[in-house]
Design a protein around this ligand. Structure first.
Ligand SMILES: Cc1ncc(COP(=O)(O)O)c(C=O)c1O
Length: 390
């Protein structure tokens, strides 16, 4: 009996990074501060929960529309039009189980065996397995830390071959916290159009922006709607990570293939959860600004404190819930530093090398998952740790 299938054994090993290393300590009852997991600390806003409870009480418990509830898709078409400046019809939107399901359905629908997908590095590692399971090959285009991890058109162009099918981007970027400018996105768009490539755009952090930075959906650039899959989720902005609600929009011609994968996979998304999502989109939006304001307060705390630490340089992230401090001056690898911080300070931070070799020398610190007070305690402990180095 052969087990598992080649598509499993030949794909990259799955890793959950430092969380995996912290697990034995957690099991042993050690009290850890978690700055590695990228989830919001806030509770889901009350009106979203109420709408979901009402949907259950109203008997929304049976099969629904495969693409997602039409009322929700209409509401999302409005949001995408006003916020993202795209004009999809409800038929050009598929409701998914978080952005994860959207990305998997897109890669599965788009990729033939051996097709190459270019990821900007440092990358979001969880896209790698999806691409590989879909038969694709990941090609990474390293961005230069000395240039603030700006999009490097030449680095991408140098990796385009006759097998390249897609460029996949995460904007705002996890782990670097970059919010790509129009010029940076234009350089990706120029390559995509010149080489007739598709673009997969993960915009899960589209609403978590600081210092006046503006989010631009790459599909709004001339010629890009016809070749872009724009993926979003309720996960981060509405503190709904456990709800598993996301959506993808693309031109109508692409939809039947994506639907074929999605329907085979999950049939459709839970119907009463979609009512909560509808309340999130159509209800009051102040909660969103309040959460971003608190994330910003934590971001400022982390950047100010980390920049005071010996050997650490921490640029201000422009968006997301991650700081990506450079610790290369400490004189140890970032992997060793992350291990020591876990063992000695009982804080879990991610090694930048988890996001590809270009990320090594950095740590990824999530400031969205713990309260201001807990982050303050973590900063005190990190300060002690870095003070003892070299
Ligand atoms: C860049 C990026 N994409 C996708 C996801 C997963 O989104 P979801 O929980 O909606 O599947 C995350 C979660 O951390 C993320 O950081």
């Amino acid at each position: 009996m052969k087990w598992p299938a080649d598509r499993i054994s030949q794909s990259s090993p799955k890793s959950f990074g430092m969380y995996e290393k912290a697990m034995p300590m957690m099991a042993a009852g050690v009290d850890l501060i978690h700055l590695e997991v990228g989830r919001p600390s806030f509770d889901t806003p009350v009106h979203i929960k109420e709408a979901t409870k009402k949907a259950l009480d109203d008997g929304l418990v049976h099969y629904g529309d495969f693409a997602g509830d039409i009322g929700l898709r209409e509401a999302l078409a409005g949001k995408i039009q006003s916020y993202n400046k795209l004009n999809p019809t409800p038929d050009e939107i598929l409701i998914t189980n978080g952005l994860t399901h959207a990305a998997y359905a897109v890669f599965m629908a788009a990729l033939d065996e051996g097709d190459e997908v270019i990821l900007l590095e440092p990358y979001y590692p969880q896209h790698i397995n999806k691409i590989e399971l879909a038969g694709g090959k990941v090609i990474t285009a390293p961005l230069d830390r000395n240039n603030g991890f700006r999009v490097d058109k030449d680095a991408i162009a140098a990796r385009i071959t006759d097998k390249t099918k897609m460029i996949a981007i995460v904007n705002p970027a996890n782990p670097t916290g970059r919010v790509y400018t129009r010029e940076e996105l234009e350089s990706i768009a120029e390559l995509a159009i010149e080489h007739d490539l598709m673009v997969v755009s993960d915009e899960v952090y589209e609403q978590i922006l600081y210092d006046g930075n503006k989010h631009i959906s790459i599909a709004t650039l001339p010629g890009m709607w016809d070749r872009t899959f724009s993926m979003f989720a309720f996960t981060k902005a509405f503190a709904m990570d456990g709800w598993r609600m996301g959506y993808v929009t693309c031109k109508k011609d692409f939809m039947p293939a994506i639907m074929k994968i999605s329907v085979s996979d999950v049939a459709h998304v839970n119907v009463f959860i979609q009512e909560g999502a509808r309340a999130a989109i159509t209800g009051p939006q102040e909660c969103l600004a309040e959460m971003v304001k608190e994330d910003d307060r934590r971001r400022r705390l982390v950047c100010r404190r980390m920049n005071e630490m010996k050997g650490v340089v921490c640029p201000n992230p422009e968006g997301t819930i991650y700081a990506f401090p450079d610790v290369s001056a400490v004189g140890k690898s970032s992997a060793q530093i992350a291990d020591e911080i876990l063992e000695q300070a009982h804080i879990v931070v991610e090694d930048g090398g988890f996001y590809g070799p270009t990320g090594a020398g950095h740590l990824r610190i999530c400031f969205g998952a713990e309260s201001y007070e807990v982050i303050e305690q973590a900063m005190d402990k990190l300060q002690d740790y870095f003070a003892k180095q070299g």
